[in-house]
Design a binder for this molecule. Sequence first.
Ligand code: NI
Length: 255
Amino acid sequence: MIFADTHTHLYLEEFDADRRLTVENALAAGVSKLMLPNIDSASVHPMLALCDEFPDNCFPMIGLHPTSVKENYMNELAATECWLLDRKFYGIGECGIDLYWDKTFAREQEFVFRHHIDLARAYNLPLIVHIRESFNEVIRILKDVNKSDLRGIFHCFSGSVEQAKQAIDFGFSLGLGGVVTFKNNKMQETLKHIDLKHLVLETDAPFLAPMPYRGKRNEPAYIPLIAQKIADIKEISLQEVSEATTANAIRMFGL
Ligand code: NI
């Protein structure tokens, strides 16, 4: 079985001691496509170094993470645009709105997100959208932008059936990670009503490890645990989850 991890930050320092081994463990677990969303201009070089080391398995994306939107955001946007002219990226992100940590730059976050929507359309790339405490804001912006040619992922989706359908109506897939395996989470009900064709798998490593590793460092090799949980909830086989979500990822990113 082959899996894709559509959201992993393997270039972060949490993996400095064993990055190569972590990729090899992922490959051994069948997780052979690793999509790397960027954070800011400082993370681009380590991200690209890993992608150059594993060109068949690690694929870079470019963008400015909402929690990295600070005073210098215009410089960061300029850097993102330069990178897009310089080499191939597979998605725009991680972008979106985060109202959980800090609302100081909420307006700038929205400006940057709208700019990323424009980049995704200009380069015909999927948009990786961060929606922490901001689902309604993101929906408001997408409604306002009102473009039918967008595609991408609502990263770490954990909402209601109604919210899932809103995201899907805008052309997006739902990124499902370790949260699905936590006790009493909303997705266990939502998932029963959402077709596999709208789902992709993600770890968000090193964050949000699935059960039984909750609280520990997450890594792409844990993707099958997330897939198994989805299979259990939907009462289908692991094979079906693997085939559908991998095909969805390959199609979305043009791998
Ligand atoms: Ni992330």
